[in-house]
Design a protein around this ligand. Sequence first.
Ligand code: APR
Length: 311
Amino acid sequence: MDKKVTVIGAGNVGATAAQRLAEKELCDVVLIDIIEGVPQGKALDLAEAAPIEKHDAQLTGANTYEPSAGSDIVIITAGIPRKPGMSRDDLINTNAGIVRNVAQQVAKLSPEAILIIVSNPLDAMCHVALNASGFPKQRVIGMAGVLDSARFRTFIARELNVSVENTHAFVLGGHGDTMVPLPRFSTVAGIPITELMSAERIDALVQRTANGGAEIVSLLKTGSAYYAPASAAVEMAEAILKDKKKILPCAAYLQGEYGFQDLFIGVPVKLGSKGVEEIIQIKLTSAEQTALAKSAAAVEELKKTLRKLNF
Ligand code: APR
């Protein structure tokens, strides 16, 4: 393939993203992890499925960064999950260390790459990756909104018994709890859901969406969601690789947009070959702006924690 995407972290999200990228025949894929054998084993297993899945994407697994050199996109999923007894600050400290190291290595070998950040806590990891890579803001993008809006779309489609393909959902803000859904811009075949459902039902679906990650964790017991997160990261990668100019909700670095400075937060962006090619600004109601400000305050708290930990 003439495009190359590296996925850092060959765990659940990383390996699933690698599978989707290859099976959509979007690019060659390099899978990197610190665990010896795992990225190599998963890449080989995926390569051996290629004759059946009918694609010619090359898959390589490695514990070093050399094979990733010259990547067009690097998807960062590396990190550790929060363990019992671990404080939020401990988790940020560990994952920030991992993401900083990964971003520095990537920047050396793939100076033109676009980074898609998946590691949590997402908005904080975007700040770390931006600083550590030294990349321009257009080339550091966080995956959250595509996942949140896909979850919202799933619930809308189920509620109304319509195709998921007819649904669009508009979400702003941080990932999960502080997500800001905009029902007036969420539609089924172009019809706002506010015309199709009661306010109570919309609220219930919004709550379920904001709690979407926790719902999966409570079912899986060990581990967190990965099929939908991987799909979301790959949709972003596809928009960039194909220069589609697709409008998707992503965590982008704001410098004045929506009234926020020096902050990663979920907003609608235009994704193309240059990364974030435009931040789409819309006029919010005062209630929406207040909800977004709450979301931004949560990200500011994360930034404070990062500063305290010297990131
Ligand atoms: N370099 C490369 N890989 C690393 C590093 C590192 N420095 N540190 C950890 N990893 C790898 C782990 O070895 C593991 O294989 O990252 C992988 C993470 O995979 P999982 O534990 O399966 O986690 P996953 O479910 O894939 O989630 C990854 O995405 O959605 C977020 O919250 C989630 O932050 C988490 C990330």
